[in-house]
Ligand binder design. Structure first.
Ligand code: FES
Length: 291
């Protein structure tokens, strides 16, 4: 049975539970109480069983390793979060909080993007009707703030200014040479893995760290550029695995996971890769280096 199939079945099962709960809400009070007691008893039974499995796995070093792998499976993770056995990471909680308000924002012409979560602070970028000084923009911003504070347990929300849109400047222009550095050809950046690129004047130092290098990550036509230093212990990202489908980059040293295109750390919400602005012009990658 594939993970996708399992996830699909879990979704279907979750929908059945939701539907059953909605129908139970319509029952008369005594029947509703019986139905809810039954639900709580079944959940309690499952939770206890899962707790025992998790405890036993944690006691054994091999089991612990397996447990970490299992928690990477979104279905297992969701199940453990649902039973309160693991706590959702702050990034997931913040995403969930925003997902709840996003339809309302969009119906009013606004948008929100989660840039980073550095507890107790969330950084977001607002767009459309959410930005500006109008009364409605203020109301929409408050909605975002309230969602993040009350549902994701954060204390403060910072609004990150929009990145200026890339400006097309003639290649002969001095400002291009000073701000953007010509990188490799797009074809030299392999899809779905990390390609180390050494800017002019920087030479390779070799593993385990090569901090002068830039780690380029390509997913399809998009390329992101990072300082070649994992946010955990600073080792080289050269042999990181990149799952093109999920756009997740996994550091080869201790398994920290990052959003491949943004550098946000999935394993530890307070960390992220140092990113450089990168863009693709025709068949060439450009990276904005320096200050
Ligand atoms: S150096 Fe990357 S996970 Fe430890």
């Amino acid at each position: 049975m594939t993970t996708e199939t399992t996830a699909g079945e879990l979704d279907a099962a979750a929908r059945r539970v939701d539907t059953a709960v909605e129908r139970a809400e319509l029952l008369d009070a005594p029947s509703r109480r019986v139905a809810m007691d039954l639900k709580a008893a079944v959940e309690g039974f499952h939770r206890e069983g899962l707790l025992r499995v998790v405890r036993r796995l944690k006691e054994d070093p091999r089991g612990k390793e397996l447990l970490f792998e299992l928690v990477d499976d979104p279905v297992v993770y969701a199940l453990l979060v649902m039973h309160g056995i693991v706590r959702a990471d702050p990034m997931t909680l913040a995403q969930q909080a925003l997902d709840e308000v996003r339809p309302y924002l969009e119906s009013h012409g606004g948008g929100v993007e989660l840039i980073a979560v550095e507890p107790p602070v969330a950084k977001v970028r607002l767009s459309g009707a959410c930005s500006g000084c109008s009364q409605s923009a203020t109301t929409l911003r408050e909605l975002v703030e309230t969602a993040l504070i009350t549902r994701a347990g954060l204390e403060r929300v910072e609004v990150v200014p929009d990145e200026p849109a890339p400006v097309t400047i003639g290649l002969g222009s001095i400002s291009v040479r000073t701000q953007w550095t010509k990188g490799p050809e797009l074809a030299e950046v392999a899809d779905g893995r990390v390609t180390l690129w050494h800017p002019p004047g920087v030479t390779a130092t070799g593993a385990p760290s090569d901090p002068g290098a830039i780690a380029l990550v390509r997913i399809g036509d998009q390329v992101s550029a990072y300082r070649n230093a994992c946010a955990h212990a600073g080792f080289s990202l050269e042999r990181a695995m990149v799952d093109g489908e999920g756009a997740v980059l996994t550091c080869p040293w201790h398994g920290y996971k990052y959003q491949a295109l943004t550098g946000e750390c999935i394993s530890a919400g307070d960390k992220r890769l140092d990113a450089y602005p990168a863009r693709v012009d025709g068949d060439r990658v450009w990276v904005r280096l320096g200050t």
